[in-house]
Design a protein around this ligand. Structure first.
Ligand code: UD1
Ligand code: CA
Length: 471
């Protein structure tokens, strides 16, 4: 059995991306939440190359920081062009024999299948170089390709003659090279062109004359959506976004209005969940089965368990328990944990707080740094004063607590199980279980409704001053 020569891959990601008119390197711009360069890496990974190099240069540290572990960055100190980028990558490959797959970092729709076919075609043809091309109705901005008897010539639009500009066959920036051929040819190219850069494309003519270079045509033109400016970015993202939505719909998720629904690449959604218009599901968000999410909801890194409902709301690092209900107009901040069937309703903000099973924070509340037991009910406008301007303190609210409207809980404070707080009370001392407290600051006046035992009622009665009418 003959062993096929090893495959090495390099993603070119060192350029600035001038046409993006951005302070951020082009390959860092995201599509559906994933940086552009990571799409190229994801497409290469299934080919299992010996090495997966990424040429970094412009904002190298930022690009390195987002690379997956299988990618090995190599630094191109000065951005002298795509030819120089490949030269830098070659210096990181010791092997003499093998195939070098070169992938421009700005083609987020290029599939692993296409890359695999390019490499296979290259191996089978036994040529020095193979370049992926496509015939596009609008070739503007891309290198034009002319192929003749084993020689491929690519001319950049800037250098193209009027006749060459008429060519619709374009270079997609993906190549397979025999290592010895590319090593030799890369040393021969010069920068005598309009922007004084080393053009990788110039190697094709050199290799072609020595050992043949051929083109390979892209099958699915959707993959030819390369990103050079922000309108290309939007176009490519739109295609990726629709693919993500289609995958969820195939898995049994109802998406009411795909046009206005934005779901990032890493999001999971269970069966029979309905996603309503204007919804953004981002980052590490996970939605269970039988949920209703939206309309107009934006969840980032948020978990929603089965059967929950989240309407017109924002979640950031929150966890919504099964059958819980959120919104309309709730803001769940990091560390929020809603238990089963809990409710956070209109105009409520919750942060770093555990809300127990079936507990309700239904209207106009801020609850931060708190622990709420099961079956509690916070009245409209209940506020935890968790911050005294210097430090944050916690509020503990026991099972079955009931707070009246406009209750202020001055942390640190504990409200005992089953206690009641009267409307407008300002609580700055712990309230024992089962007591009703009122006022400002709130003081205990008697047993909470329904908590009075015969014994304790009698004791309260004895303490009470007699009135004139009482004998
Ligand atoms: C390149 C091709 C062009 C092709 C097009 C497809 C050349 C000379 N031209 O042009 O024929 O149609 O891609 O997209 O190659 N990069 C570096 N270091 C550098 C310069 C660029 O790493 O010094 C990286 C960029 O980050 C980018 C890729 O190489 O990911 C392509 O660079 P770009 O400037 O976009 O090349 P184009 O002008 O589009
Ligand atoms: Ca480009």
């Amino acid at each position: 059995m003959s062993q096929s020569p090893p495959l090495f891959a390099v993603v070119l990601a060192g350029g600035k991306g001038t046409r993006m008119r951005s302070n951020r390197a082009k390959v860092l711009h995201t599509l559906c939440g994933v940086p552009m360069v990571n799409y190229a890496i994801e497409a290469i990974t299934p080919l299992l190359p010996e090495k997966l190099l990424v040429v970094v240069g412009h904002q190298a540290e930022k690009v390195e920081a987002i690379l997956p572990p299988e990618a090995e960055p190599v630094l191109q100190k000065e951005q002298l062009g795509t030819g120089d980028a490949v030269r830098v990558a070659l210096a990181a490959i010791e092997e003499e024999e093998g195939i070098l797959l070169v992938v421009n970092g700005d083609g987020p729709l290029i599939s692993g299948r296409t890359l695999g076919e390019l490499v296979e075609r290259h191996r089978a043809a036994g040529v020095g170089a193979t370049v992926l091309v496509a015939e596009l109705p609008d070739p503007a901005g891309l290198g034009r390709v002319a192929e003749d008897a084993g020689v491929v010539r690519i001319v950049e639009e800037r250098e193209a003659s009027e006749a060459e500009r008429e060519i619709n066959l374009v270079n997609l920036g993906l190549y397979a090279f025999e290592l010895p051929e590319i090593r030799d040819a890369i040393e021969e190219i010069g920068a005598d062109n309009s922007d004084g850069e080393l053009y990788l494309t110039d190697v094709l003519e050199i290799i072609g004359r020595r050992s043949r270079a051929v083109t390979y045509r892209l099958k699915d033109l959707e993959e030819a959506n390369l990103v050079n400016d922000r309108s290309h970015l939007a176009r490519a993202e739109e295609i990726l976004r629709r693919r993500i939505l289609d995958a969820h719909m195939r898995n049994g998720v109802t998406v009411r209005d795909p046009v206005s629904t934005h779901i990032e690449a890493g999001v999971e959604i269970g069966r029979d969940t309905v996603v309503l218009p204007g919804t953004f599901l981002r980052g590490d968000t996970k939605i269970g089965a039988d949920c209703v999410i939206g309309p107009s909801t934006d969840l980032l890194d948020t978990v929603v368990e089965d059967g929950a409902r989240v309407e017109h709301s924002v979640g950031r690092g929150a966890h919504v328990g099964p059958e819980a209900s959120v919104g309309p107009y709730a803001y769940l901040r990091p560390g929020t944990l809603l238990g089963p069937e809990a409710k956070v309703g209109a105009y409520c903000e919750v942060k770093n707080t555990r809300v127990g099973a079936r507990s309700k924070v239904p209207h106009l509340s801020y609850v931060g740094d708190a622990e709420i037991g099961a079956g509690a009910n916070l009245g409209a406008g209940t506020i935890t004063a968790n911050y005294d301007g210097v430090k944050k303190s916690r509020t503990s609210i026991g099972d079955g607590v009931f707070t009246g409207i406009n209750t202020n809980l001055i942390a640190p404070v504990t409200i005992g199980e089953g206690a009641y707080l009267g409307a407008g009370s300002v609580v700055n001392k712990n309230i024992p279980p089962g007591k009703l407290a009122v006022g400002m600051p709130a003081r205990v006046i008697r047993n909470a409704p329904g908590k009075a035992t015969a014994e304790s009622a009698e004791a309260e009665d004895r303490k009470r001053p007699r009135t004139e009418t009482e004998g």
